[in-house]
Design a protein around this ligand. Structure first.
Ligand code: C5P
Length: 320
C-alpha cells in the first residue's frame, strides 16, 4: 500500500473520529432593535434549529500535525482560513491552548446566502466535535461564549434548539419550542442568494415593525398552541423589506406561497433568501411551474438537542 501523507488524512492516521449532523436554523421572527457604532445591529429574534443540515466527519490528526485538512463536497465553498470551520478550529486552539489539528469532511446540503445559518451551523458543529475529540476540555457554556467571536448566529446552536437571541444575535436565552416539533415546514429558496451585510446596509430603520420583541415572543408562544395560522401576524422579519428591495422576485414568491398555502404562516428567514412556510411540507402546485424550475425546495422539521448531546436529524424522512 502506498504511504499516505497527513495532508490526505487517511482514516488510519486519525487518532479518533466522530461524524456529526450539522443543522441549520430559521428565525421565526427577527426584529432589528438599533444600528450600533461598530457597524453591527442589535437584534431580538426567535431562532429555532431545524433538521435541514450537512453531514460532517471529523478526525484528530496525530500529534505533530501543524495544519488542518478540510474537504468539502461543494467546490464553490472555500476550504481556506475564510471558512468558518477553520475559524472555529483556530478559535478552539486559541481558547483552550490545545495545539491539535483536525481532518474535516463537509458534505454540504444547506444552500448558502439562504438565511439558514448553514455555515454558522458548521462552525458550531466543529467546536462541538473538537471538544468531543479532545475529551471535553470546555463546557457547552464556554463554547457558546467563544463562538460569538467568529460570527453572530453561531451561539444559538449551543442552546437546546429554541432560543430568543439578542445583541448581535450572540446573547442566547433558551426558550420552550413555541410549536410542536412535529409541525411541518417547507423551505423555498430562489437560485439567487442574499448577502447579509448588503441586506443590513439597505435596511431603512424607519420601515421596521413597531412590535415589542418580548411581546412577540409571548404572543407567538401562545398562538403556537392554537395552530399555525394564528402565527402569521407574529412572524415579522425587519429584513424582509430590504431583501425584497434587493430581490423583487422574492416578494412575489412569498405572496405566491402565501396564497397557495393559505393555512400556513409564510415569512422570510434571517437575511434571506429562503421563504419558510410553517404548516405544510408539500410544495404547492404553483411551485412546480417551469418558471420555478431552479428553486431549492425542501421539507424540514424543528429540532432540539438534549443536554450533553449534539443535534440529530428528526428521522422524519428516513422511512419515505
Ligand atoms: O456576524 P456575522 O459575520 O455573521 O455578520 C455578517 C455581517 O452581517 C456583519 O459584518 C454585518 O454587516 C451584518 N450584521 C449586522 N448585525 C448583526 C449581524 C450581522 O449588521 N446583528
Amino acid at each position: 500500500r502506498p504511504v499516505q501523507s497527513v495532508a490526505a488524512a487517511p482514516a488510519s492516521s486519525l487518532e479518533k473520529q466522530v461524524s456529526l449532523f450539522s443543522p441549520s436554523k430559521v428565525n421565526l421572527f427577527l426584529r432589528v432593535v438599533r444600528r450600533r457604532e461598530d457597524g453591527y445591529h442589535d437584534l431580538a429574534s426567535l431562532f429555532h434549529v431545524i433538521d435541514l443540515g450537512d453531514d460532517m466527519d471529523f478526525g484528530l490528526l496525530p500529534e505533530g500535525a501543524t495544519s488542518e485538512t478540510l474537504e468539502c463536497s461543494d467546490p464553490t465553498v472555500p476550504t481556506n482560513d475564510s471558512n468558518l470551520v477553520i475559524k472555529a478550529l483556530n478559535l478552539f486552539r486559541e481558547k483552550t491552548g490545545i495545539k491539535r489539528f483536525f481532518y474535516v469532511n463537509l458534505d454540504k446540503k444547506v444552500p448558502h446566502g439562504a438565511g439558514l445559518g448553514g455555515g454558522s451551523g458548521n462552525a458550531a458543529t466543529t467546536l462541538w466535535a473538537a471538544n468531543e475529540l479532545l475529551g471535553r476540555p470546555a463546557t457547552t457554556a464556554q463554547l457558546l461564549k467563544w463562538s460569538g467571536d467568529i460570527g453572530s448566529d453561531i451561539s444559538v446552536f449551543f442552546s437546546h434548539g429554541a432560543a430568543f437571541c439578542t445583541g448581535r444575535g450572540e446573547i442566547v436565552e433558551d426558550v420552550a419550542p413555541p410549536l410542536p416539533l412535529t409541525t411541518p415546514l417547507l423551505l423555498v429558496k430562489p437560485p439567487l442568494g442574499l448577502s447579509t451585510p448588503t441586506i443590513f446596509k439597505s435596511l431603512d430603520l424607519a420601515r421596521r415593525s413597531q412590535r415589542d420583541p418580548r411581546e412577540l415572543l409571548a404572543s407567538m408562544t401562545e398562538a403556537g398552541q392554537k395552530g399555525v395560522r394564528a402565527l402569521q401576524e407574529f412572524c415579522v422579519n425587519d429584513l424582509e423589506q430590504p431583501a425584497f428591495d434587493n430581490l423583487p422576485q422574492l416578494a412575489q414568491l412569498k405572496t405566491e406561497i402565501g396564497h397557495a398555502l393559505d393555512s400556513s404562516a409564510v415569512f422570510m428567514t434571517g437575511s434571506g433568501s429562503t421563504i419558510v412556510a410553517v404548516g405544510s411540507d408539500t410544495a404547492p402546485a404553483c411551485l412546480l411551474d417551469p418558471k420555478h424550475k431552479d428553486l431549492f425546495i425542501s421539507p424540514a422539521r424543528l429540532i432540539t438537542r438534549k443536554s450533553g448531546e449534539w443535534y440529530k436529524p428528526s428521522g422524519m424522512w428516513s422511512s419515505s
